[in-house]
Design a protein around this ligand. Structure first.
Ligand code: COI
Length: 355
């Protein structure tokens, strides 16, 4: 993308929802960003336009073979009224890593950052004010070539849409009940688990629907080979505090390199806590629970930030954690990350970008 971003403002601004009515991902702002890629031309025509439907040929490659990727990041209105993006450079980097795995041509990182910053600046009034609310930003790239052969497409669009959001789970930052998944797997070694592509989420739906039907909020994924090592929880990375050690699975290709995961690890290490990236078997978790050492479990993700796990159920055996309440490290992480996001406390250098 070499040209500068053109901005076409809407003539029909929408009614903005009240902060108290915000859910997750149901309402979209007035504008969106779009750029095109064509073979021989590269990325071109970056523009901000009024939010609206895309017109696509039914043969469009992404509909058939899922060649598409996305990312998710947030903008926050700080206590000082400044609008800040949280670690946007990391998200742009991850987006390009996802693109590479799906044979999608990379974006110039600077222009990808510009696309997000100019869209947020255009719809700045849409960034909600209340702590716990934010503007969720969804950059996406899809293969648009109308072609039914199976190969990497020759044309793409990159678009960014935005949604003012409240809490991801309707109950907010409250402990959730999780069933350890025994039948289905989310990702296999060498597969797509380490990148953000719709196929991973499609593969997860049946397990989570069945778990919800049984009264659980989400599932805990085990590895696809041994069905033994902990992978992720729902759509989030997982952290488990056993005694004084906090364990999260290492990034080995099946685990998404979460930005909140990285932020939590960085903060905990700064606080002098023992945070390890190592394999953790479900048997070790069960043993820790029996020994009274399973202190806290939580998920990390952009959407929910930190999500405490109140109870794990494996093969029908229930393991309540921290009496079903929010543990101290879980709470401290949530409070600290939120304080940085809303400009109440300084974060490590470069974590926020004012727009
Ligand atoms: C996250 O941000 O935690 C997610 O991955 C959930 C998102 C796909 C809605």
């Amino acid at each position: 993308m070499t040209s500068t971003i053109k901005i076409q403002r809407t003539e029909h601004p929408k009614q903005r929802p009240l902060d108290k009515d915000l859910g997750f991902g149901t309402v979209f702002t007035d504008h969106m960003f779009i750029a095109n890629y064509d073979e021989g031309q590269g990325w071109h025509s970056p523009r901000v336009v009024p939010y609206g439907p895309l017109e696509l040929d039914p043969a469009t490659a992404v509909f058939h073979y899922a060649q598409g990727i996305f990312d998710g990041l947030k903008a926050f209105r700080g206590v000082d009224d400044k609008v800040r993006l949280f670690r946007p450079d990391r998200h742009v980097q991850r987006m390009n890593e996802s693109a590479a795995r799906l044979c999608i041509p990379p974006l110039d990182p600077e222009l990808a950052l510009d696309s997000i910053a100019s869209l947020v600046a255009t719809d700045r009034d849409w960034v909600p004010r209340t702590i716990g609310t934010s503007l969720y930003i969804r950059p996406t790239i899809i293969a648009t070539e109308p072609f039914l052969g199976v190969r990497a497409a020759k044309s793409y669009i990159y678009f960014v849409i935005m949604s003012p959001v409240g809490a991801y789970y309707p109950k907010g930052m409250a402990p959730v009940d999780i069933r350890v998944e025994e039948q289905f797997v989310r990702a296999a070694i060498g597969g797509l688990g380490g990148v953000k592509t719709g196929a991973n989420y499609a593969a997860s739906l049946m397990a989570s629907e069945l778990a919800k039907h049984e009264g659980f909020t989400q599932v805990l994924w085990l590895d696809g080979v041994h069905r033994k090592y902990i992978d992720e929880v729902g759509t989030m990375n997982i952290m488990v505090k056993i005694g004084d050690e906090i364990v999260t699975p290492p990034l080995g290709g099946t685990i998404l390199p979460g930005v909140t995961r990285d932020s939590a690890l960085t903060l905990m290490r700064r606080w002098g806590l023992r945070a390890s990236e190592r394999q953790l078997s479900i048997d070790e978790v069960i043993d820790a629970h029996r020994a009274g050492e399973l202190a806290e479990v939580w998920g990390t993700g952009t959407a929910a930030v930190i999500s405490p796990v109140g109870e794990l159920t494996y093969k029908g055996h229930r393991m309540p954690i921290n009496g079903g309440g929010i543990g101290p490290v879980t709470q401290r992480l949530y409070d600290s990350i939120v304080a940085i996001q809303y400009g109440k406390a300084p974060g490590p250098d470069g974590w926020t970008l004012a727009v």
